[in-house]
Design a protein around this ligand. Sequence first.
Ligand SMILES: *Cc1c(COP(=O)(O)O)cnc(C)c1O
Length: 430
Amino acid sequence: MPDQDARRRIPRTDALLALPALVEAATRHGERVVRAAVTEAQQQARDGRITPEEVPAAAEAALPRRPTSLRAVINATGVVVHTNIGRAPLSAGAIEALSLAAGYVDVEYDAETGARARRGRGTIAALLDAVPAAGGALVVNNGAAALVLATTALAAGREVVVSRGEMVEIGDGFRLPDLIESTGARLREVGTTNRTTLADYRAAVGPETGCILKVHPSNFRVEGFTSSVGVAELSTLGRPVVMDIGSGLLHPDPLLPVEPDATTALTDGATIVTASGDKLLGGPQAGIILGEAATVERLRRHPLARALRVDKLTLAALEATVRGPRTPVTAYLHADPAEARRRTEALAAALGRKVVDVVGRVGGGGAPGLELPGCAVELPERCAAGLRRGDPCVVARVERGRCLVDLRCVPPEQDDRLEAAIRAALADGI
Ligand SMILES: *Cc1c(COP(=O)(O)O)cnc(C)c1O
């Protein structure tokens, strides 16, 4: 306990709140947060943990360093689209668009005439320019919402014909069959887990059919004695075909030969294609609907569309993603192996560690089974926890008793911070 005299020297709350650094902090964090930091610092002095003279600095130190509880993470897992750490990192253009859209913007306003304008028209135009095979486009909250809207508008109270081999769980216990049945549509499953033929679909299609659904099994592969029916054949059955491509590739990517893309699905005859915005497309979380103009319009006018609509931030970031240069996701997927090895060897040499070959993954429901050859710095397994808890927070891969730091998804300008974080984790607990 400090003596009475020291207690009297503890600065008063209003004097502390008037300090320029705390006034400035109040504009960012709000008065309540700054007051809490001040109270905390005064308490430290009352408890004798610091001197009264140290209170202003302690109040500053007690301020939150970030305006959100979310922490930035360095992704050293080698998994490009990692759902637990936020899927796609946005491009510089998309980040600029987000910040612009944070203020008042003409999202639904025609500044020329002063009249109301179609919401998200710039984003729709960007999608239609990128995918000329689509007559219409619509953006909703996520891939699951896109699928719900399509099946509700086309098949509520009727049947959705779908292959048993495509009734997937998309993660965290969400199963497509449950999602679709929640819309009031009935599932009409055809075929078996490993094989479904056109005849199976043909036998099931009838007056009750609202649509035929094809789902890309994006997080597993069935190998061996298998067969499935492509969109081109399904489109001959005289019913709307909805294709959930999952990952949001707009065009074929030679690196991902078995991953479906929107352009091919539409050219093959899909009526509607649904996809996520934050997987291989590399944008913000969004559900993208592309397809025949009249059907997209039907979806847009469905009452549910209003409940699934996206905000101006998403529209802005998605437009910038679709129009803009290569996204980080594309850059990481197509990373030059020689350059990646050079950076990895430099980091390993600086740390006195070994480089090992590893297999990277697309992740997040894209190209299951596709192996991206790469390399990583090998560390003792115990480093993984230190890296996670350090600042910056680094998420590495733990495999067979080793902690592997893969630079595939680390922007080169972060290499120095990463090296410092590894040094700290190595020193920790020695
Ligand atoms: C990821 C995925 C979804 C769900 O998309 P979200 O954007 O995560 O809602 C649906 N279908 C498939 C095939 C997927 O890969």
